[in-house]
Design a protein around this ligand. Structure first.
Ligand code: ZN
Ligand code: MN
Length: 492
């Protein structure tokens, strides 16, 4: 049977590190890039008798994530121990949540711009292609980081005990493209609320995908195959494409699938079976006796006021408020620091559409060129707005403005107008420019005749002549203006 004769069911479990100053159950510093095993204490090292203290801020961020995704929060939320034995967890249990997590239900919107570039999107209206049902979101602690070498492994307990949100979807997706869009959309949502930086390369967001196939017409789901710790969106997509084909081929040959966990090897491009059958009861979950349940009502009330503008709402607003094309709005929504920069620049500009174009194209190119991020861009947004302003006034052409941008980059004090003047770009004295245009027209009778005869493109040759002779003028003219002047004189 071809793959298309099977129904594919995909679910995702996403672990997302919450951006907090301290760990989940102790006051050790949370964060990335410290000397290994320096941010540790008896609690996060699992010493006997050390007791946990809740990080209220992490609980609030999780509730905020739930509010953004339309989850409900039970009045009382509880902590459970998930028992397992491994070097990344010195207590031999992870403090997590099973029956009464902080958020229940909800949906993740799949934004149209979050799909892979080559995906065929189903018909949809507006920014949200569809919404994927969530099962729940719970809060737990991260495990320590293990690094494996030939014959030995090293463990860094700095990461152990940092707050980790686990966002569990319902089995509500059916294609690898949806899985990609789910991760991308979720990432944008977490970043826009400041809940997490959700950088998959840094392990701040990690995902387990599970997928099952069943023949069309069969009601119950097929055996669930899980692939753990996938660390990029494209790897998640690739792993699913591979796994769906592998399962279909085996089912075709009469090989029944068994519930199991596989490891996705992205370099090899295949999944390898690790272990079969693993259920919640294997972990002997039980209520944590060291932590009292959380009454959520005051936290829900507090966090409700912090709900940010969601990417789909911002996408609509950018188009309405500034008249941006949909593609530009999507680009900006996907790059929040760039979007913030744009909105500051647009606030002091009469041409916000053009400002968006400059931010997305020329400014981004300049940043990439210099290996800088928008956060350390030396050109203030207001100055970029001024630069677009002098293009609009005809003082510089688009290309000349790129030179002006370079000067603004190296000299933080200079204004856009002064930078243009320093480069010799001034609004040309119309009288002087006009007589130069007349002179060029008189000198090039044959070209003029051809242009008038219908060869409109040759006007560029006349513009070139004017530009060449413009050294006699006090300032270099804007070639676009020259062409306009020539056209007017020639009655085109
Ligand atoms: Zn600690
Ligand atoms: Mn987990």
């Amino acid at each position: 049977m071809p793959v298309s004769d099977y129904l594919v069911t995909i679910g995702l479990e996403v672990h997302c590190q919450i951006k907090t100053a301290t760990k989940m159950f102790c006051s050790c510093k949370a964060g990335f890039g410290y000397e290994p095993n320096t941010n540790v204490c008896p609690t996060c090292l699992g010493m006997p008798g050390a007791l946990p203290v809740l990080n209220e801020y992490a609980i609030e961020r999780t509730i905020l994530a739930g509010l953004m995704l339309g989850c409900s929060t039970p009045p009382v939320s509880r902590w459970d121990r998930k028992n397992y034995f491994y070097a990344d967890m010195p207590k031999n249990y992870q403090t997590s949540q099973l029956d009464l997590p902080l958020c229940i239900g909800g949906e993740v919107p799949l934004f149209a711009w979050a799909y892979p570039a080559d995906a065929a999107l189903p018909p949809h209206e507006g920014a949200v292609v569809r919404r994927v049902k969530l099962d729940h979101i719970h809060l737990e602690e991260d495990a320590a980081k293990l690094t494996h070498y030939a014959g030995y492994s090293l463990v860094d307990y700095n990461r152990g005990g940092t707050p980790l949100m686990e966002i569990v979807s319902a089995p509500d997706m059916s294609t690898p493209d949806e899985c990609y869009a789910y991760l991308k959309s979720l990432q944008q949502l977490m970043i826009c609320a400041g809940i997490s930086d959700a950088d998959m390369e840094k392990g701040q967001m990690r995902c387990d995908v599970n997928v099952s196939l069943r023949p069309k017409g069969q009601r119950e789901l097929g055996a669930k195959i899980e692939m753990k710790n996938i660390n990029s969106m494209s790897a998640a997509r690739r792993s699913l494409i591979y796994e769906i084909r592998r399962q279909a081929e085996e089912l075709d040959r009469g090989i029944a699938q068994v519930q199991s966990t596989r490891r996705w090897d992205d370099a090899l491009g295949e999944s390898i079976v690790m272990r079969t059958k693993e259920n919640a009861h294997d972990y002997r979950y039980h209520c944590c006796p060291d932590l009292i349940p959380v009454r959520t009502a005051p936290l829900v009330a507090k966090v409700a006021a912090e709900k940010p503008e969601l990417p789909d709402a911002r996408y609509e607003r950018l188009q309405q408020q500034y008249g941006l094309p949909a593609a530009d709005a999507a680009t900006l929504v996907g790059e929040l620091p760039l979007c913030a920069y744009f909105e500051r620049a647009a606030a002091s500009s009469k041409a916000p559409r053009k400002v968006a174009n400059w931010v997305i194209n020329n400014l981004t190119a300049a940043l990439a060129d210099k290996g800088q991020s928008i956060a350390d861009c030396p050109v203030a947004p207001e100055k970029l707005a001024d630069l677009v302003g002098i293009i609009e006034e005809g003082i510089v052409s688009n290309n000349q403005a790129k030179e002006v941008l370079e000067l603004l980059w190296s000299d933080a004090a200079i204004s856009a107008t002064d930078a243009a003047a320093k480069l010799g770009y001034k609004k040309a004295d119309s009288g002087a420019l006009e007589s130069l245009v007349d002179k060029v027209l008189a000198e090039n009778g044959d070209l003029v005749a051809l242009v008038k005869g219908g060869n409109a493109k040759l006007i560029n040759a006349l513009t070139g002549q004017v530009m060449k002779q413009s050294r006699s003028l006090p300032a270099k003219p804007n070639p676009k203006l020259v062409t306009e002047l020539l056209s007017a004189k020639l009655g085109l």
